[in-house]
Design a protein around this ligand. Structure first.
Ligand code: 6R9
Length: 646
């Protein structure tokens, strides 16, 4: 059966775009037929200090597992994102910053960006940071966050950006895992009119992460914050003492560029490591083709730089292409629910890229807050982070895009560096809810649980059969975990962790995670992390966490909690546990529902049967499947009878 809605490529898009359907097919086929030649040409979009002679050297097989791209080339990321544009567009705007307060915005030209980044790099050098050192960045959405990232790349330091919404505990774990000695933060952040005590969070984190010898504090609000002598410095004081010139460090293509922590199905978050050459080639190329970016256009990705989307499509992709990138400090509903659309009109944004959760939340407020703005500058709108339901897609297309802007749905992961599946606006007819077709050279496939290939229209586990330049190279400090997590399940293939359906037109429909990872408002959270936060409370004996469908967030967090003997369940205790999780991980992991569970459904070997817990959370209790293998089937009856909320 065909999916009902198909929206053809608008004719003017087939005409204006870099790629139409014929060209897409030809380029994709040539990339698959001769990856060396195809990616060899694509690598030329960057400036190389030492040209590469080798392009691709990769194997997903255990015996000779390795992933290397452009390995004998040398380059510098900041020079590619800044210096090479100075001659032609030094006075063009690189970053438009829109503050939380609508009266507060600024513009930074490429020439100014060059000076700011060089200065920041010199401050880092002065503080003893050198090539290969890890630097943790815990910042609000201010231009200094981008300066700090680019400054690291200029001197060859490896940045690890930690989302400013994470708790001191989460920050401490991420600092310790990569052993970073330097933290860059701000006195405070401002979001939706609220203050975020970033420096105070850093102070709290450093009580558990004693290896940090240097904290650089950027002034955002000017609030007095405590400064530890010898360890903490005010960025502006340091910057005033250094030069605005700093030569870019030549880096080998396979030198680490950044670490970004992301949740997995087990244990602590993994430090996903990306390297220099392949990542930048792939970020720049996807930014050009997927958004059909043309010189002079204004590009706005609403992500936070604490997530991979912010890395690739606020900072590295757009700046490598010499674009004007918009960085927004605030939230979609402050001061009003028209804020996104007002910012689009204010800065004449051409491309707007956001997450389904934001679209669904804004949809609730109806059309009027959108329609009272013009949005005449918009030409393309995009989505990322989770499956988008067709209803939200159509609202986005019709109400926000006035049925004239293509919607690009981009499927990718922290691990993949940039988008792998998504429509090209001039080439791919759109189907609301489908990420559509693979990007050039990407080889997705569906397999069943035994790893057998599924052909044609089918549903299964989404795997990738070959490497691409933007692929992660390792889990920082744990190469074995990298292999085990992604290449063990289906030998010779990269397993994405996502389930997916392919229709008879070859379009891919991502159905969501098939592992114990939740996607809450586009944020990845491992159920294991929430469980360990809950059991950290002395009143809790055991906890099991699953997702359930949530209208706005996509998935909500449903927690089954078994209390220790003698502890009385109460609403106060529920509130206390929610606070515990927020404190341990951060507000994004806040439980939506807690159900007291006298017992959890376990197999005789003691494994929790999450399948059953998911069904109860989804209120699909007529269909619990086989419960006969449970050690004590009666616990299920209790859980069903006392199902909580929603
Ligand atoms: C970029 C980013 C990755 C997971 C991924 C998948 C989900 C992302 C999606 C999507 C359906 C899309 N996901 N984009 N699902 N359609 N367009 O989000 O990275 O935070 O690592 O999350 O997000 O489940 O596996 P990350």
């Amino acid at each position: 059966m065909s999916d009902p809605v198909v929206i053809p490529v608008p004719p003017e898009w087939a005409a204006r775009a870099y790629v139409d359907d014929v060209k897409y097919k030809a380029m994709h086929a040539s990339a698959l037929a001769d990856p060396e030649a195809f990616w060899g040409v694509q690598g030329q979009r960057l400036d190389w200090i030492k040209p590469y002679t080798k392009v691709k050297d990769t194997s997903f097989n255990e015996a000779d597992f390795h992933i290397r791209w452009y390995e004998d080339g040398a380059l510098n990321v900041s020079a590619n994102c800044i210096d090479r544009h100075l001659e032609t567009r030094g006075d063009s705007v690189a970053i438009i910053w829109e503050g939380d307060d609508p009266n507060n915005s600024s513009q930074i030209t490429y020439r100014e960006l060059h000076a700011e980044v060089c200065r920041f790099a010199n401050v880092l050098k002065k503080r003893g940071v050198g090539k290969g050192d890890r630097v943790t960045i815990y910042m609000p959405m201010i231009p200094e966050a981008a300066y700090a990232m680019l400054a690291c790349t200029r001197i060859g330091a490896i940045h690890s950006v930690v989302f400013g919404g994470f708790s001191p505990e989460s920050l401490a774990n991420r600092i310790k895992d990569c052993d970073s000695k330097t933290v860059i933060t701000a006195d405070e952040g401002v979001r939706g009119g609220k203050i975020i005590p970033l420096k105070a969070n850093v102070d709290a984190a450093l009580e558990h992460a004693s290896g940090v010898t240097s904290v650089i504090v950027v002034t955002r609000t000017g609030a007095g914050v405590s400064m530890q002598d010898g360890r903490d410095v005010v960025y502006e004081d340091e910057a005033a003492t250094v030069s605005a010139e700093c030569a870019p460090e030549p880096m080998s293509a396979e030198d680490p560029l950044f670490i970004l922590y992301t949740s997995g199905s087990t244990g602590k978050p993994k430090g996903v490591l990306h390297t220099t050459g392949g990542y930048l080639v792939y970020a720049a190329m996807t930014h050009q083709y997927i958004f059909d970016y043309k010189d002079g256009e204004i590009f706005w990705c609403t992500a936070d730089v604490g997530w991979v989307t912010g890395h690739t499509y606020i900072v590295y992709g757009p700046l490598a292409n010499g674009a004007t990138t918009l960085m927004f400090e605030g939230v979609p509903n402050y001061p009003t629910v028209s804020r996104f659309w007002e910012v689009i009109d204010k800065h004449k944004v051409n491309t707007f890229y956001t997450a389904p959760t934001a679209i669904r939340a804004l949809m609730r407020d109806g059309e009027e807050p959108v329609k009272r703005t013009s949005r005449a500058s918009l030409r393309l709108i995009g989505t990322v982070g989770e499956p988008i339901n067709p209803e939200a897609w159509l609202w986005y297309y019709r109400t926000v895009g006035d049925s004239r802007c293509p919607v690009v749905d981009t499927w990718w992961q922290t691990e993949t560096g940039a988008s792998l599946i998504g429509n090209l606006p001039g080439a791919t007819a759109m189907k609301p809810g489908s990420a559509t077709r693979p990007f050039f050279g990407i080889k997705p496939a569906l397999v069943d649980d035994k790893g057998e290939f599924l052909d044609g229209a089918a549903s299964g586990n989404l795997v990738l059969l070959d490497s691409w330049p933007g692929q992660m190279r390792t889990v920082y400090g744990d190469h074995k975990r990298f292999f085990e997590t992604y290449f063990r399940t289906y030998p010779g293939m990269y397993f994405t962790g996502d389930g997916c359906r392919r229709d008879e037109d070859g379009y891919y429909w991502i159905t969501g995670r098939v592992d114990d990872v939740l996607n809450v408002s586009g944020h990845r959270i491992g159920t294991a992390e929430i469980e360990s936060a809950l059991v950290a409370d002395t009143k809790v004996a055991e906890a099991a966490v699953v997702g359930y469908p949530h209208d706005i967030k996509g998935q909500g967090i449903y927690c089954y909690v078994t209390l220790k003997a003698g502890v009385t369940p109460s609403d106060d205790l529920k509130r206390e546990l929610i606070q515990t999780v927020r404190r341990e991980i951060g507000p994004t992991a806040s439980p939506d529902i807690i159900q007291w569970a006298p017992g959890l459904p376990k197999t005789r070997s003691g494994k929790i049967m999450r399948r059953i817990l998911r069904k109860i959370a989804e209120n699909d209790v007529s269909n619990l499947g086989d419960t006969s293998t449970l050690a004590d089937p009666s616990v299920v009856d209790d859980l069903v009878a006392n199902r909580a909320g929603a």
